[in-house]
Write a protein that binds this ligand. Sequence first.
Ligand code: FES
Ligand SMILES: [Fe+2]
Length: 404
Amino acid sequence: MYINFWYPIVIGEELKVGKPEKVKVLGVDVVAFRDSKGNANVISDTCCHRGGSLGGAWANLPTAPRIVEDSIVCPYHGWEFGGDGKCTNIPSLGYGAKVPDRAKVDAYSVQEKYGIVFAFLGDLPEEERPPLLDIEEYGTDEWRTNKVLAFEVPFNFERSVENGLDPAHNEFVHPTHGFQGINRDTYKVNKMVAEDHNQGWGFWFMHTFDSPPLPTADDPTSTGSTPWGDAKTERSPVTAGGGTYGPNTLITHINITPETGFRQYFFEQPICETKTKIFFVNNRNFLMDPSMDEPIHARNLIIAQQDIDILTDVYPTVTPFVVKEEVIVPADVPIVAYRDWLAKFDAKGWRIDVEKFHRNNGKGKAYAIPGPGRNKSKNYPIDSLPLVEASDDADPAVMRLRTG
Ligand code: FES
Ligand SMILES: [Fe+2]
C-alpha cells in the first residue's frame, strides 16, 4: 500500500450533511464529513486528545450534533475539528478559548468527481502530486456512464488490479466471454506489448483475440442473456486491454465490435492488505438509453462475482514480494508492467512498511496517514505511517525484487 495518490473514500451521495462516515483505508481510519456548505472533507479519524474516534458512535447522546458549523465534533469530550484538521474548540477550556497549536489531526485534499469523494492521502505538496485521473469519456455525448458502483472484496488491491489486467483468465473465469477452456486446439494468448501512456504514472496494452459470439439466454453455457442482445453474434476479433494509473486505478477497454464497447475505470481503495473496496465507473458508447443502465449493471455484477470467487481463494492474499516465487509467462506482460510501476513507487519511498505498522499498531501506538500540513509543522501528536525507505532494491529495472 502506498501514500501520495488519490484514493476513493465514499460515494458522494451517501455522504450526508451531519452524518460523518468513518472509513478504513491504507490500514488506518479516516473520517469523511460534509460541512454546512455541503463541501466534503476528509481528516484522520483519531482524535489527538485521548484517541476518540471522530467518526465513531455517540454513546448516550444520539441526538447531539455531529457537525457544528464547519467542524466535526469528537464524541468523547466534544473537541471540534475543522476540515483543515485544526481543533477549533476544546469545551473543557470553555468554548472560544485559545486551543494549543498541537491540537490537530491530519487533513487531506478532497475532490468530488464521478460521484465519488476522493482524498489525496499523503503529504506531497500540491504541485508534485499525481493528478486525479481524468475520465475522458465522462460527461460527453458519445458515452453514457452508469451510476458508480462500490463493492468490498476480501483480497489485496494489487491482486485485484492484476486480475483486471490479465488477458489469460477470461477463458477460464468468465463463461460470459471466454471459450471455457474447451477450444484446446486453437486457443492461445496473442503477443502483447505494454507501453507507458502519456498521462504518466502507468501503462497501456491492447490484446486482440478471436472471440466467440456472445452467449444468449437459450445457450446452455450462458449465465444469462446479454443486455446488448445481438450486438455481437458472429465470431470476430475483439480487442480488449487497458492499463493502470498509480497503484490503485485500473482501466479496461473492451471493444465488442470495432465501433462499440466499454471503457471501465476501477478506483480501488485498499482498506488494509487483505481487503479492498472497488469503486467502479462504467462507460459505454452503445445502448445509450438510460433503461439499459440497470441490466448492464446487473451483468457487470455477475462478471465481478466470477472474479471475486477466484481471487478469494488465491494464496497468498497479498501479491508475492519476490518474483522467483511465481512462474511468469508472456501472457503476464501486463502484470509485469504493473509491478514495474509499483517498483517505481517503491523507489520514491511511498510504500507503507506494513510489518513495522503491525508490530506497533494499537499496542500503545496510533498511526495516521500524513497530510500536507506536516510539511509546515512537525508537532502533530500522532505519528505518521511508517514507510519503507527507498533503496536500490526498488530499482524499476529489476522487477519488484522486494524484501520487506
Ligand atoms: S478524545 Fe476526542 S475529545 Fe477527548
Ligand atoms: Fe475478470
